[in-house]
Ligand binder design. Sequence first.
Ligand code: ZN
Length: 254
Amino acid sequence: METKYQTAYCDTLDAFLSAIEVHVLENKADSFYSERFAKHLWCPECKKVMLSLVHSTNGMSYFRGYPKQEHEENCPYKLPEIRVKTIAELNQEDPSYERTRLQMQRVLRYTVTNRTTHKKKVSISTLPKEQIVSNKTIHKKINARLPEKRIDLPLSDNDWNVIKIFYGTVLVITTPGKQNPNDRFLKLQSLDSKNHICLIRVSEAVWHYISKEPLLSDKWIKVHISFCGKLKKSPTGTVFCTLQHSQLLMVQPA
Ligand SMILES: [Zn+2]
């Protein structure tokens, strides 16, 4: 299966761009796009493989690598995506979620598109400072990776019922659960407030362990978010994800 990249590194901007951002740029002006972007999109991690924007038939955009170009030896995109059937299996393989958390940290960096901030050390609210690792450590410790999906892009059929690492920049608000007010729901909305994206259900037991600072506001706040889980659709059509563990959510104020 070909690797579908959700984010590309753009060397003319020195920034990470999502497929939708590049799609918008592509539609703006032909020469501007071809000069600044067309041959300037790269693997977000090793920056050795050139990427092109693909529009698939169902209206989804993603990046694809040029054939015959090689990733750097330790690039995580060199590795095939693993598909883990249940959270129990995932937990069995890696009880500390360390590998998953490293990947979540890595993709979270891609959401900080500002060219000066993405180079700064990112402070992530849900992790104590000493747990934030350097790029080098990330490379060293990743020996497989989960599928990734930008949550700020439209969802496609293969995003349902599969454990993925979802990430992106969104608006979020926290509300109490209806049945148990000690449970919480994080409502995610697109930055322009036009689209409801999904609900992340956090049970009371998990909520207890999450560092809540950016999530205690009673207003919509802009955040960079990364979480690991399965998206499902309720019978009424609501998209939700149940967070199984406090380590599987990272939120950083944007
Ligand atoms: Zn690479």
